[in-house]
Design a protein around this ligand. Structure first.
Ligand code: NAD
Length: 302
């Protein structure tokens, strides 16, 4: 039976380290760290994500300095809010919650975020730093996966890693991070031929395809480490009554793959909780740098 890579437990251990780091350095810094989540419009799922991020800030002792703009805001309104938060000295990390209301192009707005405050680690300059192996905020979801692998001491040097998915959000930065850890990386995508033959090569298989149940037993080499980034809402069990909540599942058929794998992330409770924690890590690193404190990364991450 595979070891469960428990993202909820690791996220809460990292949060404790973030809290202690803040307590130890706040007097030298002269102020607590601040994270600003900028929300535009009333997408209900975004509302839940923003509330989660704000609660996480409060738990570790960061100030939550976000703003909520109405759905009819123009691109110039959003840009003005980003520029105000860029200039605000109390803001160490800033992110624009996606998706934006129809009609707003996210690209120039994301590009306007001050790269040093880019809490999501998705600014082109920071993706460039990742490519070059230079320090900078890292994309939260793949950085969360790396932390889960490091905590479990999964050997990456010389290992065969396969990433399914090539999005800017997950697949591409994931492949770069695995390569930086000296794995030999293959990226598979929607046009790849014979996906199972590619994924069966993997010692470490990271799946971020956004396709529920795409990966089954036929895709996994016995003993592989399997990380499932996908999150999908399924209708509640019809027998569970009217109060039942939607169930979550991933891109991996967990029941089929768990008996084969040496370690596997569950959904929920695997990669998801790590993403929010890595957002806090990026904001903390920015605060520490801006306030002349030491680099917290070697202390807070496994
Ligand atoms: P995306 O749609 O931008 O990219 C999906 C990628 O998968 C594409 O590169 C595509 O080529 C590839 N793909 C699609 N179908 C495929 C197939 N049949 N075979 C091989 N490759 C295929 O999605 P994304 O933003 O990268 O997100 C992927 C999944 O991860 C989604 O389910 C998303 O909800 C989830 N996600 C989770 C977190 C988290 O915190 N856990 C964060 C971000 C994304």
């Amino acid at each position: 039976m595979a070891t469960r890579l428990d993202g909820r437990a690791l996220a809460s251990r990292i949060e404790e380290r973030l809290s202690s780091w803040i307590r130890e350095h706040v007097s030298r810094a002269g102020r607590p760290p601040g994270l600003a989540v900028l929300r535009v419009g009333d997408d209900p799922a975004s509302g839940v994500y923003v509330a989660n991020k704000e609660r996480a800030c409060t738990r570790v002792g960061m100030r939550s300095l976000g703003a909520h703009l109405p759905a009819h805001s123009s691109s110039a309104d959003v840009l003005a809010a980003i520029e105000r938060l860029n200039r605000d000295d109390a803001v160490d990390g800033l992110l624009l919650q996606l998706p934006l209301p129809a009609g707003l192009d996210e690209r120039p707005l994301l590009a306007a975020i001050e790269p040093a405050k880019d809490a999501d680690g998705l600014h082109a300059l920071n993706l460039g730093h990742l490519l070059r192996g230079e320090p900078g905020p890292r994309s939260c979801t793949p950085a969360g996966v790396m932390a889960l692998l490091a905590e479990q001491r999964v050997p990456l040097e010389g290992a065969r890693a396969v990433v399914v998915g090539r999005s800017i959000l997950v697949g591409r930065p994931m492949a770069l991070m695995l390569e930086a850890a000296d794995a030999t990386v293959t990226v598979a995508h929607s046009r790849s031929r014979d996906l199972a033959a590619i994924t069966r090569e993997a010692d470490v298989l990271v799946v971020a395809a956004g396709r529920p149940g795409l990966i089954g037993a036929e895709h996994v080499r016995p003993g592989a480490v399997v990380v499932d980034v996908g999150i999908h809402r399924r209708a509640p069990d019809p027998d569970a009554g009217p109060e039942a909540r939607p169930r979550l599942c991933g891109d991996v058929r967990f029941e089929e793959v768990e008996p084969l794998a040496s370690a596997i992330t569950p959904v929920p409770g695997g990669v998801g909780p790590m993403t929010v924690t890595l957002l806090l890590v990026n904001a903390l690193a920015s605060w520490s740098r801006r306030c002349g404190c030491p680099d917290p990364l070697p202390v807070v991450l496994p």
